[in-house]
Design a protein around this ligand. Sequence first.
Ligand SMILES: Nc1nc2c(c(=O)[nH]1)N[C@H]1C(S)=C(S)[C@@H](COP(=O)(O)O)O[C@H]1N2
Ligand SMILES: [Mo]
Length: 201
Amino acid sequence: MSILNRKFRSANAHRLPPGQHEARGWPVLHFGGVPRVDLDAWRFRLFGAVDRERALTLDEFKALPTTDVRADFHCVTKFSVFDNDWHGVAVRDVLALVTLDPAASHVMLHAAEGYTTNLPLDVFADDDTLFAWARNGEPLSRQHGAPLRLIVPKRYAWKSVKWVTGVDVLTADRRGFWEERGYHNDADPWAEERYSYQEQS
Ligand SMILES: Nc1nc2c(c(=O)[nH]1)N[C@H]1C(S)=C(S)[C@@H](COP(=O)(O)O)O[C@H]1N2
Ligand SMILES: [Mo]
């Protein structure tokens, strides 16, 4: 490690949640293969506990008001990537398309090939969450989730669903793909909420 690198790393140490290290570049990580997405058939669906279900084409989705968010990215396998400039549509601007049922409390995110993840509604609709199609001025590659992915900076990255296809608004919590398989339901990296059980040392 060069001296410069070491200085940079120590200057950024406070930005690393416990147990994390800074990654080189931007790793690709997901369960299964990279799905083939038919862009003509693609729809973003907002359904469940809403007044009226919505299904948007990619053009309709990208015509929503856009936003830019700079955020760090923390994977439960312990790598972090600092200062990602995400471009897309804020979750709150997507939710503004519908009237939520007063009993709405959680959401289930759906992605290609059955991947899901759950979030409380307030975490989902935080100020820094967005559906993104570009990072650092470049369109997302297929491996990183094109045409659209969710970004939830304050949670481990398995909540940042790639190839997202829809949001099911729920009136009670339910566990998503990894949450059902032993990952923590809440996934706050600062509280090191990696798994549902206590790690044995
Ligand atoms: N659809 C889908 N989204 C997913 C995953 C997945 O397996 N399928 N893996 C998650 C995990 S565990 C991580 S760390 C990030 C990785 O995103 P990246 O490959 O862009 O770094 O995607 C998340 N989103
Ligand atoms: Mo991850």
